[in-house]
Design a protein around this ligand. Structure first.
Ligand code: B12
Ligand code: SF4
Length: 421
């Protein structure tokens, strides 16, 4: 059977440098498929989807709400040609009703442990059902296998000659319940670490020294974290991740294990945040702050002071977004209750547009403060230069421990003048 697996494109954050990472959901999903399913993968963020091909089935994988409109366009084109279309991934779970109206079958939940086989068996028998719901029926974590990175066109994930990182996950779930986040809905608030030997085995297959652990938060099981970092040390990989346990021994191990930088939410200007950032820095770990603008206590003055604070605590990078009431988050529930959601169009749920009524700002003021934040934080060192600095930092470490590899180069694409007619 021929399966066309598509990752629809979405618009990137305005003002941020545009770069592309290889998607993770599709390759982890592909690893769960039986061998007789031949997968062709197209990531529309980096290549053009040929809409004239005729696979036996189209599978759309969606992570973000903003991917929905394009996914529906793709589904409509293939369904018109009587090619069945299924959908899965995070955004399918978050918008199951709407997605269900646009495809032949939706898959909700995690694909491992035989879950997805049910769908393909039914399809082969000509009995594809509209919904396969495994949403809170989590597969045994041991059944998560090595992702099928062989289906990626990896040379396309190269930013200006710099090899971007490969995505991997060492755990699923998150027991916290933060205001803007839908992960508790998806993952059931239970931390599910993968067996460390399986994670290491998977990493050994990755032909890239730079990784991004997409785990929600590493800081959920200290002992597991410690064992994972110890096991990573000999591999000499360099990696980024979400927060790590605030503990000097763990942070020291993380650095030795190759931790390059962490994404850390900066939610206020407290000493707690200041000290947390300092602690990472003291251990040689850089920080990319993730800052959501438009919270109920934010006014113009607060946001201006917040940006000054970010510069003062010397974050290496900052990513600004505007509070977006994504489905199944506490933020959406509150703003819905208060009648403050103004825009429902998923195309505008990119994280850089105001789609709700802020409390202490007008819509225009919040949008302007979003631009102000990017422009002020990067006024002396541009975002591109700050990213290049981060790469120089990792290259130096790689050179020092002998793990540096040159980036892959794209196949020749340019024509010589005499070839151009
Ligand atoms: C990696 C990641 C990114 C990467 C994506 C890289 C890429 N090329 O895709 C980057 C850093 C670019 C990113 C950006 C953003 N992200 Co993000 N991201 C994630 C993260 C951490 C991991 C996703 C992942 O890979 N999961 C692991 C895979 C294996 O799980 P999975 O996709 O569910 O796949 C399983 C199943 O769903 C199934 N499956 C998957 N596909 C299919 C298909 C079919 C047909 C079937 C049957 C099954 C199936 O099989 C898999 C195995 O079981 C999640 C949080 C999380 N932990 O989930 C947030 C998350 C998806 N991001 C989110 C957000 C808010 C954003 C941003 C908008 C803002 C921000 N800065 O965080 C930006 C985008 C801004 C923009 N406009 O560009 C939200 C989603 C919001 C939404 N509803 O749109 C999440 C959930 C974070 C959160 N805590 O709220 N993100
Ligand atoms: S923001 Fe991070 S720590 Fe908080 S609930 Fe979401 S995934 Fe967990």
């Amino acid at each position: 059977m021929n399966l066309l697996l598509v990752y629809p494109r979405w618009r990137k954050l305005e003002r941020q440098v545009v770069f592309h990472l290889p998607p993770h959901g599709p390759v982890v999903f592909a690893a769960t498929l039986d061998e007789d399913i031949e997968v062709t993968f197209v990531d529309e963020n980096v290549e053009t989807l040929d809409l004239d091909v005729s696979p036996d089935m189209v599978a759309i994988s969606m992570m973000l709400t903003a991917q929905l409109p394009r996914a529906f366009e793709i589904a409509a084109i293939f369904r018109k040609r009587n090619i069945p279309v299924i959908a899965g991934g995070i955004a399918t779970m978050l918008h199951s009703e709407e997605v269900g109206k646009n495809v032949d079958s939706i898959f909700l939940g995690e694909a491992e442990d035989g879950h997805v086989q049910k769908l393909f068996q039914d399809f082969t028998a000509g009995e594809l059902k509209p919904v396969y719901n495994f949403l809170h029926d989590f597969p045994a974590i041991e059944t998560v296998g090595t992702a099928r990175r062989d289906i990626l066109k990896r040379e396309l994930y190269n930013h200006k000659g710099m090899q971007m990182f490969d995505l991997i996950h060492a755990s699923r779930g998150c027991h916290f319940n933060c205001y803007p986040c839908c992960t508790p809905f998806l993952g059931g608030r239970k931390f599910r670490p993968r067996p460390i030997e399986k994670v290491i085995q998977e990493i050994e297959t990755i032909d890239n020294n730079r990784l991004f652990f997409v785990d929600n938060s590493m800081a959920q099981d200290k002992k597991w974290e410690e064992e994972l970092f110890k096991a990573l040390i000999p591999l000499k990989k360099k990696w980024v991740c979400h927060p790590i346990e605030e503990d000097d021994d763990i942070l020291d191990l993380a650095y030795q294990a190759g931790c390059w930088y962490v994404y850390q939410a900066v939610v206020d200007m407290s000493d707690l945040i200041r000290n947390r950032i300092k602690r990472y820095h003291d251990h040689g770990i850089a920080v990319e702050g993730t800052i959501i603008l438009g919270m109920d206590n934010h006014d113009i003055d607060y946001i201006k002071r917040l940006i000054d604070f970010l510069l003062e605590i010397e974050l290496e990078l900052a990513e600004f977004t505007i509070l977006t009431p994504f489905s199944h988050t506490p933020a959406r529930r509150q703003l819905e209750r208060e009648g403050r959601i103004l825009i429902q169009d998923p195309a505008l749920y990119t994280g850089d547009r105001v789609v709700f009524q802020p409390l202490k700002l007008t819509i225009t003021e919040l949008q302007d403060m979003y631009y102000y934040a990017w422009e002020t934080f990067y006024q002396d060192i541009s975002c591109e230069t700050a990213m290049a600095d981060m790469y120089m930092r990792v290259i130096r470490r790689e050179m020092a421990d002998g793990s540096f590899k040159r980036s892959r180069r794209r196949k020749q694409k340019f024509k010589l003048p005499q070839d151009v007619s």
